[in-house]
Design a binder for this molecule. Structure first.
Ligand SMILES: *[C@@H]1O[C@H](CO)[C@@H](O)[C@H](O)[C@H]1NC(C)=O
Ligand SMILES: *[C@@H]1O[C@H](CO)[C@@H](O)[C@H](O)[C@H]1NC(C)=O
Ligand SMILES: *[C@@H]1O[C@H](CO)[C@@H](O)[C@H](O)[C@H]1NC(C)=O
Ligand SMILES: *[C@@H]1O[C@H](CO)[C@@H](O)[C@H](O)[C@H]1NC(C)=O
Ligand SMILES: *[C@@H]1O[C@H](CO)[C@@H](O)[C@H](O)[C@H]1NC(C)=O
Ligand SMILES: *[C@@H]1O[C@H](CO)[C@@H](O)[C@H](O)[C@H]1NC(C)=O
Ligand SMILES: *[C@@H]1O[C@H](CO)[C@@H](O)[C@H](O)[C@H]1NC(C)=O
Ligand SMILES: *[C@@H]1O[C@H](CO)[C@@H](O)[C@H](O)[C@H]1NC(C)=O
Ligand SMILES: *[C@@H]1O[C@H](CO)[C@@H](O)[C@H](O)[C@H]1NC(C)=O
Ligand SMILES: *[C@@H]1O[C@H](CO)[C@@H](O)[C@H](O)[C@H]1NC(C)=O
Ligand SMILES: *[C@@H]1O[C@H](CO)[C@@H](O)[C@H](O)[C@H]1NC(C)=O
Ligand SMILES: *[C@@H]1O[C@H](CO)[C@@H](O)[C@H](O)[C@H]1NC(C)=O
Length: 568
């Protein structure tokens, strides 16, 4: 009797164990692994598979979740997982699984979330058969694998419920699918960054009314930003950095993205001005426009983006004075990077009210004037770079900054031309200074004794000055110093024995500080240090008037004009 057997089946499935069929599907998966991360010990045929490591079941003892992220798994993903009829969530992220992603998983009529990110899966992603009914998949994360081939365009018609699609860091070619949000109206997150995608940004993305996150940086996308993109008004996070775009930021449509929190168009190929309408982006926290060819003055309206924490405009052609901007309103600002533009004028007074400012880089512009004592208000300041401007009065500058307790990196070279290195012994402070660059200023005077108090100093750049007199034995109080360039000065006398006792010249220096700089520290436009421990061990004494011999533990004869000692 049919009704009897239905009741029987129900009774059976409400029993205390998962079905043999599900067990055997899981065993097939296990068999496909060459390295099972210890699963076999838990996955025993004598026990209920619902109790196995990484498996979760519903009340009917159907497997609904296989959760095996970061278990050291190697081998293939068996298609058998696709036959787990109640499977809702499969997470195999962070293993070393290889081979293809079985189509059976994408085709599963139950799967809601599939995460195979951070593996070694390869091959192409197939378009799904058009005859197939829609699938319930909501989250698909295939990022950080070795997938190749054209990024599917029509497959998404079968996954109308998709909310998040992560495919970053693969080798997909082809284009951003043009009708994605017609197929997938609920899409909130789309990450296609770090692939080989080309073509234009499809205007159809404007139809993505739910899209909050769109990342397609590090591709080969060309063309302009289509104005329709600004119709995707839910966007909070937009990143198209490192592409080959052209054109300007659309002044007329920008205002629509009023939910934007993060905008990254660095190294994207843009030109033109920052439009006034940026002032409408009241929620904007991070603005990254570095390494473009943008120009003009900064719009006054930027002061209205009061949520801003990061403004990064380095390496563009911006110009004009910063007095346009009322920094008093940008009280959340932590990072301001204007390196390599053509800004002029003095440091605006209003910047001194940004009390949360941690990193301020104004280097390689045409600023001038003296530092204001009010910079002492910037209590959080950790990195200050003024290099390559026309600031004056080094005595004043150092006296102001010496009491900045959080300052770790101070780069002020290529300023103060032909001034005198202050010798004032009251120059104490700089309690936490680790990097000091006062290079290429043609400063005269001696190596000042106040340097001996900077006991946390790791890097000292004084090259291309006109410093005279000897290197004195106090130098060895700088026991953290391991990168010192005092080349091309007019230093005289013998190299003190004390210098040779410095840890930097010992074979092993503990470069323990792995902390990152607030901003990368540039040695040249092409060369940058990102962390303290990246600084190489270096003692450069060349082009001075030093005499005598280098002690034998260094093992090379000092010639009068070529005293470079470099350890690896
Ligand atoms: C998969 O597991 C990893 C590690 O626990 C987790 O970070 C990730 O969010 C999970 N994926 C999904 C879609 O929940
Ligand atoms: C994969 O992407 C989904 C959706 O964005 C996310 O929930 C999940 O945490 C990601 N997985 C990992 C390992 O980050
Ligand atoms: C890209 O994927 C590879 C391979 O999975 C991984 O080692 C690397 O960390 C990923 N890179 C990023 C930026 O996620
Ligand atoms: C950068 O913009 C200027 C005009 O502001 C233009 O003359 C120059 O050709 C542009 N450079 C590049 C590399 O696009
Ligand atoms: C700048 O902003 C501050 C704080 O919002 C305000 O008090 C001040 O009047 C503004 N200054 C100018 C010149 O608009
Ligand atoms: C910088 O600006 C000045 C005047 O504002 C101008 O004369 C100069 O050509 C500009 N330099 C560059 C490299 O754009
Ligand atoms: C900014 O600094 C003020 C104190 O001046 C502090 O109360 C606030 O929490 C800081 N904001 C952030 C975002 O760090
Ligand atoms: C720097 O400023 C001084 C005096 O303020 C001026 O004489 C000099 O020409 C300026 N140098 C440059 C490169 O702008
Ligand atoms: C440099 O600054 C000091 C104060 O620190 C001041 O006494 C001196 O007059 C200034 N020199 C010049 C030339 O402005
Ligand atoms: C040193 O400064 C001079 C101008 O004073 C400049 O021409 C030169 O390029 C600078 N050298 C380096 C290596 O920055
Ligand atoms: C050394 O400094 C002088 C000026 O003091 C400068 O002319 C010369 O170019 C510098 N040498 C090097 C190698 O930078
Ligand atoms: C040492 O200093 C000289 C002169 O300033 C410079 O030419 C040379 O590149 C420096 N060497 C290293 C390794 O930094």
């Amino acid at each position: 009797m049919p009704s009897f057997s239905l009741a029987f089946v129900l009774l059976f499935s409400l029993s205390s164990s998962c079905s043999e069929h599900e067990k055997s599907s899981l065993f097939l998966f296990l068999a496909g692994l060459s390295q099972d991360g210890g699963l076999a010990a838990s996955w025993r045929s004598s026990t209920d598979c619902c109790t196995w490591d990484g498996i979760a079941c519903n009340a009917n003892r159907e497997v609904i979740e296989v959760s095996l992220a970061s278990r050291g798994l190697e081998g293939h993903i068996s298609p058998s997982l696709g036959s787990l009829k109640g499977l809702l969530r499969l997470n195999l992220s962070g293993n070393s699984l290889s081979g293809h992603l079985p189509l059976e998983l994408m085709l599963s009529s139950s799967m809601v979330s599939l995460d195979v990110s951070f593996n070694r899966l390869g091959g192409g992603l197939l378009e799904l058969p058009s005859s197939m009914p829609g699938r319930p998949l909501q989250v698909l994360n295939i990022s950080s694998n070795f997938f190749t081939g054209s990024f599917p365009s029509t497959a998404w018609e079968k996954t109308r419920n998709l909310v998040a699609l992560g495919a970053s860091n693969n080798s997909f070619t082809g284009q951003v699918p043009s009708s994605l949000c017609i197929s997938v109206p609920l899409l909130e997150e789309l990450d296609l960054s770090h692939n080989q995608l080309s073509g234009h940004i499809p205007p159809g993305l404007g139809k993505c009314s739910a899209l909050r996150v769109f990342r397609a940086g590090y591709n080969k996308i060309t063309g302009t930003l289509p104005y329709q993109l600004f119709d995707a008004t839910s966007l909070e996070y937009l990143s198209l950095s490192n592409n080959g775009l052209e054109g300007t930021l659309d002044a007329a449509h920008m205002y629509k993205l009023s939910n934007l929190v993060f905008l990254d168009l660095a190294m994207a190929g843009l030109s033109g001005k920052i439009p006034d309408s940026i002032g409408q982006l009241k929620k904007l926290k991070e603005l990254h426009l570095e390494h473009n060819n943008m120009s003009g003055e900064l719009p006054t309206s930027l002061s209205k983006c009061t949520s801003l924490t990061t403004i990064s405009l380095r390496r563009n052609n911006f110009q004009g004075e910063l007095t346009n901007i009322n920094f008093s309103t940008l009280s959340n600002l932590k990072t301001l990077d204007l390196y390599g533009n053509n800004f002029t004028g003095t440091i605006p007074e209003s910047i001194h009210s940004c009390s949360n400012l941690t990193a301020l880089r104004l280097s390689a512009n045409e600023f001038h004037g003296q530092l204001s004592k009010r910079i002492e208000n910037l209590k959080s300041l950790t990195l200050l770079s003024l290099t390559d401007n026309n600031f004056t009065n080094i005595t004043n500058t150092l006296h102001i900054l010496k009491s900045s307790r959080n300052l770790k990196v101070l780069l002020i070279g290529l300023n103060f031309r032909h001034e005198v290195m202050p010798q004032d012994e009251t120059m104490d402070g700089f309690a936490n200074l680790q990097v000091l660059g006062i290079h290429n200023c043609s400063l005269s005077g001696k190596l000042p004794i106040w340097l001996s108090k900077l006991t946390n100093l790791k890097m000292l750049l004084l090259w291309n000055n006109q410093l005279t007199g000897p290197i004195q034995s106090w130098i060895n109080t700088l026991h953290s110093l391991y990168n010192i360039d005092i080349s091309n000065n007019s230093l005289t006398g013998e190299i003190p024995a004390a210098l040779m006792e410095m840890p930097m010249l010992q074979a092993t220096v503990a470069h323990l500080d792995t902390k990152y700089f607030e901003l990368p520290v540039y040695q040249s436009p092409e060369y940058q240090y990102r962390s303290f421990n990246a600084l190489p061990q270096l003692l450069n004494l060349s082009s001075n008037d030093l005499t005598g011999t280098i002690p034998p533990n260094i093992g090379c004869q000092l010639r009068s004009n070529d005293g470079i000692v470099k350890t690896p």
